[in-house]
Design a protein around this ligand. Sequence first.
Ligand code: GDP
Ligand code: ZN
Length: 466
Amino acid sequence: MYADTISAIATPLGEGGIGIVRISGPDADQIASRIFRRGRSLRPVDVAQLESHRLYYGYVVDPRDERVVDEVLLARMAAPRSYTREDVVEISCHGGPLVVREVLRLTLAAGARQAEPGEFTLRAFLNGRIDLAQAEAVMAVVSARTPDSLDLAVGELRGRMVGRLGPAREALIEALAYLDASADFPEDEVPPLDLTGTLARAEAALDEVVAGARLGLLYREGVQIAIVGRPNVGKSSLLNTLLRAERAIVTDIAGTTRDVIAESINLQGIPATLIDTAGIADTEDIIERMGIDRSRRALDTAGLAIFVLDGSMPPTPDDFRVAELLQRRVASDGHDRLVLVLNKRDLPDRHDHDEIRALLPGAPVVEVSTRTGEGIAQLEATLAEALIARAAEGAAPALVTLRQQQALTRALESIRQARAALDAEIPLDLVAVDVRDALLAVGEITGEQVSETILDEIFARFCIGK
Ligand code: GDP
Ligand code: ZN
């Protein structure tokens, strides 16, 4: 347990009437007693005598002159039944951001120390209430962008990661136990083990976590989708339809979409940023050319490209040029990064399906009308499907931070080395070194093995008050 008591504003500052000041540590009750009063007569209260996990109505005063700062609700959460497992007092203020700051100042004047970013969560971790993956999930919960990414973060918060790593951990421990025993005891006394098979099992289990992590990243970080095509096929209209709002400029004059316009949507739970690019076509217009350069760059960074064609006419030479550019830029690592959209379905169908399909072989084709909305739901489903298929081959999404990802990679490397050493008939005590490294790396993910510096790094990224 920590010697000092920390305090911070636990709610975002700004809008909203209510703000919570959270105090945690051995002096939490005492500090709260200094500034909390009850009843019209502002009678002093020994907060330590208040019932745990109950709300008490009262006032926060400045103890120097008993001036009332705010009308508040106070809750005391006695250790260990609190967020940090320490004594916690939470004061809910009603008076707006300035008042919340004033209440915080009073707790500091009464002996608390301003909490560092993430320090409450750090204490929860150090006091054994949550594991490291859960602590990091707290941050993900706070910054989730769609309900699905929130669900994912909450799942991690409930300790899903430890369970997910279980099979790999078990296999590694089994292998290590066997290797250690082989070093210490004569061969006939050690129960036999299929070492290669056990290590392969550990590797497969970690591979699955990695695949899930890619999918989790998609829900959490989102993706950029570039909308490309020659002028006038309906890119801006499509963007608007997908946004269901009139944001991008729609016009009848070809080539007037000069800026790349980016907007975010919730694509079946995936946060997707749509980028409307200027038409990619031959032109002498310098300004338009700048727009085109920008769309080429947008293409390079996008996770997926929507190639829009005007289905009411046969493909033009410009359409073929765009298709060619897409072939070179996007399709180089597979057609799963492309979706072809035939727009203006409300107009007479004047295209040859085989010819369209031949433009980008393998890419899904969806026919839509941005004017009537026909096919748009189908397009959304196709986009989400393409993104998910690309991210993970059937794995359940996992939430994995960069640090965890690195530890996973190291664990996998060590396992592969151990397997190679085994194949090369290198002495078993050397194989054991790699297996031990792998186990250490797996332990790092949930915080069984972490150094001070890693901890500092992780918790410095939290908002203060969390
Ligand atoms: P962009 O240059 O590719 O961004 O194309 P715009 O979105 O500016 O649209 C070009 C023209 O096609 C505009 O006159 C739109 O009203 C029209 N348009 C877009 N989508 C449709 C559609 O589904 N049906 C019809 N009939 N016209 C459309
Ligand atoms: Zn058709």
